[in-house]
Design a protein around this ligand. Structure first.
Ligand code: SAM
Length: 333
């Protein structure tokens, strides 16, 4: 479906179109025809502000961002939130084409509710990807173990979905986002194993110096061996990188110069877009915040529809997309 057709269905909603990205200021997308979307890639409200005390942080800053309780987009009652998960899932199911995929972010607290809601809406949740955040901020750790992870429920509508684990991009001298993740996963697993082995060989009370030596040794000796093994795996097969696509990934969450308090890393969204859709496919993010998904779509050559109800975030997202599409216009035409 063409973006111009979708624009003609809007009923006066404020919107902006840049190349292959359409951003709409709205709190729903009933104007979107059923079966028109290839991938729903979205990060809805998590309803965890109450638990994390994010809403009491309006006088503080976390990575320079001021949390604003008046926005009220993350403070539902648990029952109200479960009911919203049901409504959102029904809409995902309506707009996805048969064989379309979804990747929906969620906190651990509501993971089973989201999976059930998606299933009840007729979708097939298949895997839960764990996103580990090495730079997670330990807010409020005195009261409860903090989570350094978020979760992404992956699945399909119907069958015959797109899964590009064996994508081969070598012909145009590029390495895909999923190949990078798979190779890094392989290398870090080897390092992890070797460091554990080394540390286990030390006595029960190793000195900091002994620990440092083990880690340094492993990094200098094993890192290059791990890299060589990974490259061998990558180049052995004539057609594809025969690597396991891990069901966890590690990306730093966005820190500094943030446009949104829960802004997602573009590399992670690009990874998901490349795995679960084809170039030119239409991606929907109905909770688009600062338009990170729009940036990921532009990078990966997908088209995107972004929906955001908060005018401040919508405007920031539009400015962001304008800048990116302007810079990579030739790629998108
Ligand atoms: C978790 S944030 C998304 C952040 C985004 N991934 C980013 O990187 O900037 C969720 C967003 O959904 C928006 N939102 C909440 N309810 C909405 C609704 N019914 N329709 C559209 N947007 C909504 C909020 O204003 C918020 O910006």
């Amino acid at each position: 479906m063409q973006l111009s057709e979708i624009q003609s269905r809007l009923n006066g909603q404020k919107h902006s179109e840049f190349g292959d990205v359409l951003a709409v200021s709205d709190d729903n997308y009933s104007w979107l025809p059923g079966g028109s979307i290839d991938l729903v890639l979205t990060d809805p409200p998590f309803n965890i502000a109450r638990d994390t005390n994010f809403h009491t942080y309006e006088k503080n800053t976390i990575n320079s961002f001021r949390f604003d309780k008046d926005k009220g987009w993350d403070t539902y009652t648990p029952e109200g939130f479960r009911s919203l998960l049901g409504d959102w899932s029904k809409e995902f199911s309506r707009v996805l084409r048969p064989g379309g995929s979804f990747a929906v972010f969620c906190a651990d607290e509501y993971l089973s509710d989201l999976i059930n809601a998606l299933r009840e809406a007729g979708l097939k949740p298949r895997r839960t990807l764990t996103w580990r955040k090495p730079n997670a901020v330990p807010v409020n750790r005195k009261h409860m173990m903090m989570s350094a992870c978020e979760y992404i429920v992956l699945g399909v509508k119907g069958s015959k979905s797109v899964f590009n684990a064996d994508v081969d991009t070598r012909s145009d001298q590029q390495i895909s986002a999923q190949e990078i993740v798979s190779l890094a996963d392989k290398a870090s697993t080897v390092l992890d194993l070797e460091i554990r082995k080394g540390l286990n060989r030390l006595g029960s009370r190793p000195t900091p110096d002994e620990i440092r030596k083990i880690v340094e040794n492993v990094i200098s000796r094993e890192a290059s061996a791990a890299a060589e093994r990974a490259v061998k795996i990558y180049s052995d097969d004539g057609n594809s990188a025969e690597l396991c696509v891990p069901n966890y990934v590690a990306f730093n969450s966005k820190a500094g110069n943030r446009l949104h308090p829960t802004e997602k890393p573009v590399q992670l969204l690009t990874y998901l877009a490349e795995l679960f859709s084809k170039p030119g496919d239409l991606v929907l993010d109905p909770f688009s915040g600062s338009a990170s998904t729009g940036e990921a779509a532009a990078i990966s050559g997908r088209r995107a529809i972004l929906v955001e109800r908060d005018s401040e975030f919508f405007n920031k997202g539009v400015e962001r997309i304008k800048k990116i599409i302007g810079e990579s216009q030739s790629k998108l035409i």
